[in-house]
Ligand binder design. Structure first.
Ligand SMILES: Cc1ncc(COP(=O)(O)O)c(C=O)c1O
Length: 255
């Protein structure tokens, strides 16, 4: 991105890779610092200071220093002169759920961390916590920046969030119907015969499978949309094909 002329801040959310500090410093990248080991590696860095955001784990149990060690972590980070402390953040695990009790307990912990940072006389340009679910559901968690993921793709993170925002999916995944078969009730379809037709019907074969990225477990609840109608995926998704039950729908296949 830098080589392409992009000059804005670039924050690397991935786990910090100490072997690439020099590269990060050369390209002026902002780093995600989420453990005491990360700080140790930064201590040894020589050269330009690197901008960092400190990550505290308040309940996602992914990256981040455990909440209980946040104060020690902030103190240690505050003493490093090889870094510029720019951000303080955490991540919600359940902000897209109807029951927000866990999300609120995470928010309360993060608020405590913000208070600790103030007590230590530390200030951050960016304090952030909200993902898509929280943007829609946990108003008090916005601080001064949000990190939008799934909403950017035009999808709501769950059906338990308010859905008033006018978003549109950024992509569709389409494939042709290549065969249509008339089948009797009780006909088993695809590998393992895990799906059996309940009545006489028509089965359409679609030229897309797990090799194209259709997740295999989707045969359980998945459907395919055609002209605004949903058709159930019948039987296991194959490598290059999947089947749907089209009943008497007016669908033709490509010859
Ligand atoms: C650190 C961080 N922030 C924001 C996001 C975006 O989350 P969401 O897709 O829930 O908006 C992710 C996604 O996992 C993430 O890891």
């Amino acid at each position: 991105m830098r080589d392409a002329g992009i000059k804005t801040d670039i924050f690397i959310y991935a786990k910090f890779d100490p072997s690439r500090i020099d590269e990060a410093s050369k390209y002026n990248l902002t780093l995600n610092i989420s453990s005491f080991d990360d700080l140790k590696a930064l201590k040894a860095h020589v050269g330009n200071t690197v901008k960092v955001h400190l990550k505290i784990d308040t309940g996602m149990t992914r990256l981040g220093v455990p909440f209980e060690q946040a104060e020690a972590f902030l103190q240690e980070a505050n003493q490093l002169d090889t870094i510029e402390l720019e951000g303080l953040y955490s991540h919600f695990a359940t902000a897209d759920e109807g029951d927000l009790s866990y999300a609120n307990s995470q928010l309360s912990k993060f608020n405590d961390v913000v208070e600790i940072s103030k007590k230590l006389d530390m200030s951050f340009d960016f304090v952030h916590c909200s993902n898509s679910g929280a943007i829609l559901n946990v108003q008090d968690s916005r601080f001064n920046m949000v990190r939008t993921g799934m909403l950017l793709y035009g999808a709501f993170p769950s059906d338990e969030v308010p859905q008033k925002l006018p978003i549109k999916p950024v992509m569709t995944f389409t494939a042709p119907v290549v065969e249509i078969r008339d089948v009797k009730a009780g006909t088993q379809i695809s590998y393992g015969g895990v799906y059996k037709t309940k009545s006489d019907t028509r089965i359409a074969v679609i030229q897309a499978g797990f090799a194209d990225g259709v997740p295999r477990p989707w045969y359980i609840d998945g459907f395919v949309k055609f002209q605004n109608q949903d058709f159930k995926i019948t039987g296991r998704i194959c490598m290059d094909q999947l089947m749907i039950d089209i009943g008497s729908a007016d669908i033709k296949y490509r010859r």
